[in-house]
Design a protein around this ligand. Sequence first.
Ligand SMILES: Cc1cc2nc3c(=O)[nH]c(=O)nc-3n(C[C@H](O)[C@H](O)[C@H](O)COP(=O)(O)O)c2cc1C
Length: 370
Amino acid sequence: MTDLFSPLTLRGVTFRNRIGVSPMCQYCAGEDGKPTDWHMAHLVSRAVAGPGMVMTEAAAVTPEGRISPGDLGIWSDDQLAGHTRLVNAMAAMGTVPAIQLAHSGRKGSRLPAWETGPAVPGWEALAPSATPFQGYATPRAMSEAEILGTIQAFADAAVRSVKAGYTFIELHAAHGYLVHQFLSPISNLRNDSWGGDFEGRTRLLREITRATRAVIPDSMPLGVRISHTDWVEGGWNTEESVMLAERLKALGVDVVDVSSGGLDAGQKIPLGPGYQVPGAEAVKKGAGIPVMAVGLITEPAQAQAILDEGKADMILLARAFLRDPYWVVNAAVALGRIEALKIPPQYDRAWGSLAKFKTDPAIGKPLPPL
Ligand SMILES: Cc1cc2nc3c(=O)[nH]c(=O)nc-3n(C[C@H](O)[C@H](O)[C@H](O)COP(=O)(O)O)c2cc1C
């Protein structure tokens, strides 16, 4: 049995518990991709309430690798100061500050998620093949030089992430974005060494992983988010994900964050509580690598059960943290684990004791002065 509130150590980094804030695009970084006060408020307000890790939204490794003009970026040293400020604030709250490195591929050149519209003028999206995501503009198939440039862009962004102080990096290879587009036979129609069989389709991610691992410290854990299946007949599937995870592990990846879908509008997703957990379990058991489970995990007992059943090593939540930034505190109360909660003393002296008092009426001690 693994306690949701027990620490997890990957390489030289210890997460204070098994709960993480999943990456969430905010579409408000401005034209230059720099973090704003919104990112400070959004990420730090979650960090203060006790999660083991808070991950930024997908941060683009090149300007054309953004989804929208409002995406966060880490393609330039000019963006470093804003990231450093963000990292310092998150780390001061006791959480592991994490960044997700991403390239949108054929899902780029869009408006923020809450607006609809055509492609952004003058911004041509790139992809393995000139085949669009349904309803989007047709992307341009990447040349080999552009592929090699993208690998270098991920590595350069990783170097910047380390400089900024992030202590965990996740490569985004899920949700139908560029790396996933290379993995899936639905979007990768290339017949060169970057496409075709499993070896060719996984080459981009393997090369990005190799290049990233080579430039970050040995003590720094590296994760990869995958879509374990496209949920489309003939698409990328769980079996391939297990094989991929084995290869990634050999390249120095420490944890796989298992999501699903996002590649094809024809996907048939069996939505329900914890619907992606079987994928996480398959990757964990099949490849023998730690995994993060995510997707409609909303209840503390549900999260604890996933760990108890040995299906994952860490639990990520996205929307539940938007509804309740203090999900971790409330989970500790619900699971009777308030003693294990690690939050800054400013809050702990009030909430920790208060919650303990509430959950255990036998503790007849007076509350500390507020
Ligand atoms: C507003 C929003 C933005 C998201 N942006 C990202 C992102 O930048 N990168 C990513 O990998 N997933 C992103 N996701 C997916 C979440 O990280 C998560 O995997 C998904 O919402 C399922 O978890 P949940 O049921 O706990 O919300 C986003 C989800 C939401 C709700």
